[in-house]
Design a protein around this ligand. Sequence first.
Ligand code: DGY
Length: 321
Amino acid sequence: MKPKIYITRKLPEQIVNRLRGNYHVTMWEQEDIPVPRDVLEKEIEEIDGLLCLLTEQIDEALIEKAVNLKIIANMAVGYNNIDIHSAIKRGIMVTNTPGVLTETTADLTFGLLLATARRLIEAEDYLKSGQWETWSPMQLTGQDVHGATMGIIGLGRIGEALAKRAKGFDMDLVYFNRSRKYEQEKELGIEYQPLEKLLQVSDFVCVMLPLTPETTYMIGADQLDLMKETAVLINTARGGIVDEKALYQALKNRVIWAAGLDVFEEEPVSLDHPLLTLPNVVTLPHIGSASIATRLKMASLAAQNLMDGLAGDIPRNLVVL
Ligand code: DGY
């Protein structure tokens, strides 16, 4: 009998067909609606492999229902949606999709930074709502990006790719990371600073960390207070790293100038979320990696990891603690 696989969202045919050759594949087919928890709870009892997205909470209670499960292949680089400890305790491999989304996510991060600094969304609304009556000296003026200081919190792959883009804008670069990156310091001319100092000197603070117990609410009221009044906060990592209540207060009271957010603590963010009421916030629906080519690469890599794990090989993107 073929091993059983469950895929939690409709993936492109070419990816699913690759799996169908060797496995009995079941897929949650309802486009763009996450699989209901009770369906997943039922499916997980039977399967050998799970290909899931960041929208699924693969917690201890769910993992405990799995009898034959050998591998959970997440179609994302972040894996905060999976209880890794519970999986590992039960001998279940967990994989992610690093590398293939690095450049695409860095592009989006820089685009969001530009849109926030130069008020692009507000400007378009201004034009389309018929408010544009004349050219005016200080109308819709924003912050310069070129020559400004970018502070990168978390100098992983995406942080580094962002730094490369910033160099093209003649930006000064500082970073904070749990370990020093001496090679990157030399290569990129980026300077290490303790977090407090980074917050004080940066014009743009970019959050580029994974969400872990250590990084949860790493940016709260105290950290926002340290930032410049003209500073812009950009978060394309995970919502839970920034305390949204504190951020709302800081933006409303002009403790900082603006924020660009691609991620939220609760996703999809509720339409009555206070942050969505502020003019100095640019919001996006978690689209950091959303290019056609990159999403195909992510799906393909997740499928490959799953196949490797089920074939008894060590998948190339095995998550290790
Ligand atoms: C990830 O991969 O973790 C992103 O948030 C989605 O691409």
